[in-house]
Structures are given as C-alpha cells and as structure tokens.
Design a protein. Structure first.
Ligand code: C2E
Ligand code: MG
Ligand code: MG
Ligand code: MG
Length: 283
C-alpha cells in the first residue's frame, strides 16, 4: 500500500500536471463565481445583408472579465463550462441578457433585427431548453421571430431528436441557424430534414477565398445548394473587400466579419446603429 501511495504521490508531484490541474481548478472556481460577480458581458457584432447593404442582425458573443482587467476568450472557457455543466446557468444568462438588450433597442425605437445567440451542445440537449426559451421570451417581451439560436453540425448528428427539438423551438417562433458550417460532418442532403433558416459558412473557408480554388468551390457549392433548399447563407470572418466581392458575385446573402465591425459592447454597437438607422422614436 505504501508503494502504491508513493506512486500516487509521485504522480501528483509531476510539476507539469500539477500546474495544469491547479490552473484548471482555479479557473473553474472563478468561472463558478463569474455570474454572481457580474463578470460576464455580451459583445455584439453586426450582420449585414448584401442586397442591399444593410445591418440586419447582431451576434451576441460572450466575454469574461476575470478580474484585474483580464479578459478571457470564450474559446478558453466555454469548453470548461461545457464539461462542468456551468454552461447551463451561463447559457441561460446569455439568452436572457441578449433578449433584454434586444428589447431595449426595440423600445428605444430602432428597427427590430435578428439577435443571434450561440448554444453549446449541452445546452441544446438540455431537457427543459424549450421551456427555458419560452420563459425568457415571455419575461423579456422580446419578439420570438427576431431571436436566432445558433447550433453546430455536431449537435444535429442524431437527426431524429435534433429535428424534434428544433421543431419545438420553431413553434415558439424562434429561428435556428447552423454555425461554422462545413467543418462538421453533416451533408446538405440531410439539412432538408431540419427546420433551419440560415447557414453560417465557417470563416476557415472565407479566409483564403481570394487565392484558394478549393475554398472558392466549396463556398459556391454551399451557397447554391442552400438556396435550392430555401436557406439563407451568411459568411463569417469577412475581413476585406476582396472576400466581400467574391461573396457578392456568388450571391451570398449576408456577411459578418471585422470588415463591417468587430464585436463591441452594447453602447458602442448602438452608436453604430445611430449612423445606419435613425431611431424612429425621436420625431
Ligand atoms: P462563433 O459562434 O463562430 O463566433 C464567431 C467568432 O469569430 C467570434 O469569436 C468572433 O469574434 C470571431 N470573428 C468575427 N468576425 C471575424 C473576422 O472577421 N475575423 C476573425 N479572425 N474572427 C472573427 P469569439 O467571440 O472569440 O467566440 C469564439 C467562439 O466561442 C464562438 O464562435 C462560439 O463558438 C463560442 N461562443 C461565444 N459566445 C458564446 C456563448 O454565449 N455561448 C456559447 N455556447 N458559445 C459562445
Ligand atoms: Mg456563432
Ligand atoms: Mg461560427
Ligand atoms: Mg465557432
């Protein structure tokens, strides 16, 4: 037994794993407290239609200010939140906060626009997701047709249960889109069995679109097949004029990316709306 214990002790003293586990536990503890400490914030990034060029939506993107002006990227804490289940309360906060903000903008007289919110796999599988979304819509008064839930291809692998859940969400009036499209395993063929309104072309296909013939062909194929299925296509990660022209020439419906605006806090996003879209309230 002593030998066994010794072995375990040795394993614990591996400096590399100790640091990693320690960091992880600290991060998890802090993440657990992030909600009550008001450290979470949503940033909003514009989504723009191409025909004509007009701001038609916003994607809400989560940011965590872990004290001491230390901003943590969602890529670095969403996986941990997902593993620990913390994504459920955090995800609920995200949907609620996005709807509250959207309602404030409508009440201020801005033209309503799509508010897109990311769902994680665990949230999508959550038993009471439909009730939760229904309650949030009721509590906030946000119009359901302007809420869009973004899911990824991996969450639709079980087509039967995914399409049933999506159907229930559509019954509430909300929209559903497929995020990061093209990176997963789904075929366009089975998309027609899912009640989807938008496909978001992953930005890895957009990045080298000026030079990479393969990416150009993939993007063209996604656009034309999506259109055959009456699904709108939005391209992610548009950073320059050349990418934009290619997408425009190939009938992509909408774009999102740094070229039109980075994700910014609500007040800054609102200043952008004032320029494009004069509030109706003030006349
Ligand atoms: P996503 O849903 O695909 O979001 C788009 C990501 O691309 C965002 O990164 C955005 O800032 C970034 N992006 C937008 N335009 C450009 C561009 O032109 N160039 C480049 N290089 N990047 C661009 P972000 O905010 O760091 O989020 C990363 C991922 O974290 C998201 O990818 C999403 O999967 C996840 N995430 C963010 N917020 C939430 C949330 O509230 N809940 C859940 N479950 N996941 C979230
Ligand atoms: Mg997204
Ligand atoms: Mg994406
Ligand atoms: Mg992503």
């Amino acid at each position: 037994a002593a030998k066994e214990a010794g072995k375990d002790t040795y394993a614990l003293y591996n400096p590399q794993s100790e640091t990693k586990d320690g960091d992880r536990i600290l991060l998890e503890n802090d993440l657990r407290k992030s909600l009550e400490r008001n450290e979470l914030q949503l940033f909003y990034q514009p989504q723009v239609s191409l025909f004509p060029t007009r701001r038609i939506g916003a994607e809400a993107l989560l940011r965590w200010n872990r004290g001491h002006a230390q901003w943590i990227s969602p890529a670095d804490f969403i996986p941990l939140a997902e593993e620990t289940g913390l994504i459920l309360p955090i995800g609920e906060w995200v949907i609620r906060t996005a709807c509250e903000q959207g309602k404030r903008w409508i009440d201020a007289g801005y033209e309503p626009f799509i508010m897109a919110v990311n769902l994680s796999p665990r949230q999508f599988r959550q038993q009471n997701l439909v009730e939760l979304v229904r309650d949030i819509l009721r509590d906030t008064g946000y119009p359901p047709e302007y809420l869009e839930l973004e899911i990824t291809e991996g969450m639709t692998l079980d087509v039967e249960s995914a399409s049933e859940k999506m159907r229930q969400l559509r019954e509430l009036g909300v929209q559903i889109s497929i995020d990061d499209f093209g990176t997963g395993y789904s075929s366009l063929n089975y998309l027609k069995r899912l009640p989807i309104s938008r496909l978001k072309v992953d930005r890895s296909f957009v990045r080298d679109i000026e030079s990479d013939l393969g990416d150009r062909d993939i993007v063209k194929a996604i656009i034309s097949m999506a259109h055959n299925l009456k699904i709108t296509v939005i391209a992610e990660g548009v950073e320059n004029e050349e990418q934009l022209s290619f997408l425009q020439e190939n009938d992509c419906d909408e774009v999102q990316g740094y070229f039109f605006g980075r994700p910014v806090p609500a007040d800054e996003f609102e200043r952008g709306m004032d320029i494009q879209n004069v509030p109706r309230g003030g006349e």
